[in-house]
Design a binder for this molecule. Structure first.
Ligand code: SAM
Length: 198
């Protein structure tokens, strides 16, 4: 589901970019099982900061970064400069139906995206399908109780199918052969972490 105006303002701003570059990226890299990930997919890439982080922090040689919203992809392409230009490809695509073959990627990244899906389980299924065995799924997501708080419900718009709690999330990943290897959980608010495909 595309972002509403308030969420576009929350997402596409310098503070969010700073946090992705200097806090979230390094924090997830600390949880990584490897030094480098050659071929990576990012789902829901927004205006593209995450893809830059994947190249810089995770040593990716190539990142395919997809978003359902053509305006976000246009922004991402506008911000794409050397030396990242040779390594990142932005595409319009639905994370619930990824047009990529099975077992292609060394890592899949989802920076705050599953809670925007009409069916988050489908996106997890797709992430697992395109991951190589031994590949890693990096995620950062808010939980249902956060999504259902007054301010989030009043000022932003999210699909019911994108809500889950920790146990639902953990079990769904396991059902798709992804075991969480490292995580930082903020109570019932949010989770940052990585899982490995068995
Ligand atoms: C909260 S934003 C996060 C953007 C970026 N990852 C970041 O951390 O700044 C969620 C993004 O997911 C995209 N999105 C929502 N549903 C999607 C889907 N089904 N497939 C791909 N992208 C989707 C939205 O257009 C939006 O750019």
């Amino acid at each position: 589901m595309k972002l509403n105006l308030i969420e576009r303002l929350i997402t596409n701003n310098p503070i969010r970019a700073f946090s992705q570059r200097h806090i979230e990226g390094p924090m997830l890299k600390n949880m990584a099982g490897r030094d480098k990930y050659q071929l990576c997919l990012e789902i829901g890439c927004g205006r593209g900061i995450g893809a830059h982080v994947i190249v810089k922090e995770f040593g990716a040689e190539k990142v395919i970064a997809v978003d359902i919203d053509p305006n976000q992809i246009e922004k991402a392409n506008r911000n794409l400069k050397s030396p990242y230009k040779d390594k990142i490809e932005f595409k319009i695509a639905d994370a619930m139906a990824i047009d990529e073959p099975d077992s292609k990627f060394d890592a899949v990244f989802s920076f705050g995206v599953l809670h925007h899906m009409e069916d988050w389980k489908k996106a997890v299924q797709e992430a697992s399908r395109v991951l190589k065995s031994g590949g890693e799924f990096f995620f950062e997501e808010p939980f249902r109780s956060f999504m259902d708080n007054f301010f989030v419900k009043t000022f932003t718009k999210h699909p019911e199918g994108g809500k889950f709690d920790y146990e639902e999330f953990r079990k769904e990943l396991l059902k798709n052969n992804i075991g969480i290897t490292k995580m930082k959980r903020f109570g019932n608010i949010a989770i940052f972490g990585v899982g490995k495909k068995m």
